[in-house]
Write a protein that binds this ligand. Structure first.
Ligand code: ADP
Length: 432
């Protein structure tokens, strides 16, 4: 029998006993009504008292232990007590789940924002401040379109078509690019997730620029060759002299295209290679002497004053082709961007922290704002001058990426109209 049934039947027996006893006493004393009413009042009073005790226990926050003297009220009190401690446990569990959820969403690199049916912010995580500039507490209740005001976002929000994410500059900085994805969930609520895609966006921009640059670079020689071929097609009689001129022109444009493609392939190889590099001890005096001769030949009638200063007889541990690419690009650039007759100094020295190769010229110099961009593919200060001098715009990109393979670096200092110095630093473990 359940405790409550037992208590109820016990109470019924007590009540019956009280009624019988009070009836007997009432008959004996000839005060039947008074005795029975008094007995019933006493019984009701006792229950009233137990009820007040239970009520006070509930009001006290159920902190004190349960009073077992409560009689029939005891099982009820006990049931309330168990229900209360179960609720307490569940509440604790729920709070710990909510806390875990908050901690994990705060640890996310993505901004996460919960938005209600009125487009107002309900909750946002920690990264929302860094990516969107949202204040966790202050912005609760603010409409999302008041905080992200970009017209593209307003249109995206109003159209309610969230199949594709939206690419947008962040409200806090136009340099920060975000991919915003919105997921509607129960009863008009929405979950907004914003990811930082600045790097990806930049890479995509670089890719697009690269494709358009390559197409542009190859289109010019192709147009020239095409033009000559069309001319040849329309001429019936052509003198051997004219033919030789046309062939020479086409050959030179063909060579230019091959040079660009070769440089691009080389650049792709040094960027992607995962294989170990086979290095060799390069005697710098021999290499620089032969480079000086090539530079002199390139200078030709311009008669630059080229001198080599070898201040250390130590060698450099590097792949032969990389050494040639790095040093020749810097030396030939000095010849191409320096007026006839001016000086060009090539220097090799070894200090405590490694080897230094430098080329200084008295050339046209480079403006400060261009220096940081020189090693970008196809970046030229003066594209016309570079092309006329046979440049591809890839030389310094090759120098930079080749040096990076050896954990080495390039420093450029320059002053317009005065000249430039390009210095390569090689770490000391490459010096032998
Ligand atoms: P390019 O084939 O055009 O020379 P580079 O990548 O070697 O390509 O050089 C990029 C640009 O840097 C050149 O177009 C030129 O504007 C500038 N530059 C490179 N070397 C020098 C130098 N010694 N003096 C002045 N400008 C230079």
């Amino acid at each position: 029998m359940s405790p409550i049934r037992f208590e109820v039947s016990k109470q019924l027996s007590i009540l019956a006993t009280i009624l019988v006893l009070s009836w007997l006493l009432g008959t004996l004393l000839n005060l039947l009504t008074l005795t029975m009413v008094s007995a019933l009042c006493g019984y009701i009073y006792w229950h009233g008292r137990q009820f007040i005790l239970l009520y006070s226990w509930l009001l006290s926050g159920r902190k004190s232990s349960i009073n077992e003297g409560l009689g029939p009220w005891y099982p009820i009190t006990e049931a309330i007590y168990h229900w209360h401690s179960d609720t307490k446990k569940n509440k604790k569990k729920l709070l710990s789940v909510i806390n875990e959820f908050r901690l994990s969403t705060d640890a996310l690199y993505e901004a996460v924002v919960l938005i209600d049916i009125q487009s107002a912010i309900v909750w946002s995580n920690k990264s929302s401040k860094a990516l969107l500039g949202f204040h966790k507490k202050k912005d609760v209740g603010t409409r999302i379109t008041h905080l992200i005001r970009h017209p593209k976002f307003i249109q995206y929000w109003d159209n309610e078509n969230f199949t594709d994410p939206l690419l947008l500059p962040s409200p806090i900085s136009t340099d920060l690019w975000l991919s915003i994805q919105i997921t509607p969930y129960s009863a008009g609520q929405k979950l907004l997730v914003a990811r930082n895609v600045t790097r990806l966006n930049r890479l995509e921009q670089i890719r697009q620029d690269f494709v358009s640059n390559v197409s542009h670079e190859l289109r010019s020689p192709l147009t020239v060759i095409n033009g000559y071929l069309e001319t040849l097609d329309g001429i019936d009689n052509i003198t051997p002299k004219q033919l030789s001129h046309v062939v020479q022109q086409m050959l030179s444009q063909g060579k230019r295209m091959k040079h660009i493609v070769d440089e691009l392939l080389y650049l792709a190889r040094i960027e992607n290679t995962q294989q170990p590099i086979t290095t060799k001890k390069i005697a710098m005096n021999t290499l620089l002497a032969s480079l000086k001769q090539e530079a002199q030949a390139l200078s030709g009638e311009s008669m630059h004053q080229i001198s080599v200063h070898i201040q250390s007889n130590k060698s450099l541990l590097i792949h032969e082709k990389d050494a040639y690419k790095i040093f020749s690009n810097l030396v030939f650039n000095a010849v191409r961007y320096t007026s006839p007759g001016k000086c060009i100094d090539i220097k090799w020295e070894v200090k405590k922290d490694g080897g230094y190769f430098s080329v200084s010229d008295e050339g046209i110099g480079i403006a400060a704002q261009d220096i940081s961009r020189l090693t970008e593919r196809f970046y030229r200060v003066d594209p016309g001058r570079s092309r006329d001098a046979g440049g591809t715009g890839l030389g310094l990109a090759i120098v930079k990426h080749s040096l990076e393979r050896y954990l080495s670096s390039l420093v450029i200092t320059s002053e317009l109209e005065k000249g430039s110095t390009f210095t390569c630093h090689f770490p000391k473990d490459l010096i032998r």
